[in-house]
Write a new protein. Structure first.
Length: 188
């Protein structure tokens, strides 16, 4: 089984993120949920993004991701929801032990942190087709699909669709994300 670092979205480390981690753990994986916001949570994506940009910063997020990885050196799977995709990509591209990067509600160019995507590291992208927060992500994902990434596109416009307890929660799509993630993890 895989040891996973699951990075939260802009609302912070919520019960919905913990729920997703518990679902992966129930399948036999070891899942850690680093708190990139040091205990802070937000009721809106806008407030969480503002905190990430103004108070933590990209360098701060990546530093916290590095610290989490150092604390869990056996982690080979990196899963990020929305904002959490940034540290997931970072670790997948900078850790020689990386085997999988799963991004939900986000997609970054593969050369965001390195010249190319590392060989032997799976990249799965799970996006809603009409997500207003993902309008820049879909074109990136389409370019990556079939080359270095597996793209899973779901109908709808919910951004935090895997966030159990949130108004945007989509149970059917979440079950597909979980099944596809478990399949990827079983291959790596």
């Amino acid at each position: 089984m895989t040891e996973i670092l699951l990075f939260h979205h802009a609302l912070g480390l919520t019960d919905g993120v913990r729920w997703l981690a518990e679902r992966l753990a129930a399948a036999g994986h070891t899942v850690h949920t680093p708190d990139l916001f040091a205990g802070r949570t937000f009721s809106t994506i806008e407030d969480g993004v503002a905190h990430a940009e103004q108070d933590v910063g990209v360098d701060g997020l990546l530093q916290r991701a590095d610290e989490a990885a150092a604390g869990h050196p056996g982690a080979t799977g990196f899963l990020g929801i929305s904002l959490g995709a940034l540290p997931s990509y970072w670790l997948a591209q900078t850790r020689p032990s990386a085997r999988a990067c799963i991004a939900i509600s986000a997609a970054l160019p593969v050369d965001h942190f390195a010249a190319r995507w590392p060989d032997g590291v799976a990249l799965d992208l799970h996006l809603k087709s009409s997500d207003p927060w993902g309008e820049d992500d879909l074109p990136v994902a389409w370019r990556l699909a079939g080359e270095v990434a597996e793209l899973y596109e779901y109908p709808g416009d919910q951004h935090l669709f895997t966030e159990h307890g949130h108004p945007h929660f989509d149970p059917a799509a979440t079950e597909l994300v979980l099944a596809r993630t478990l399949a990827t993890l079983s291959r790596v």
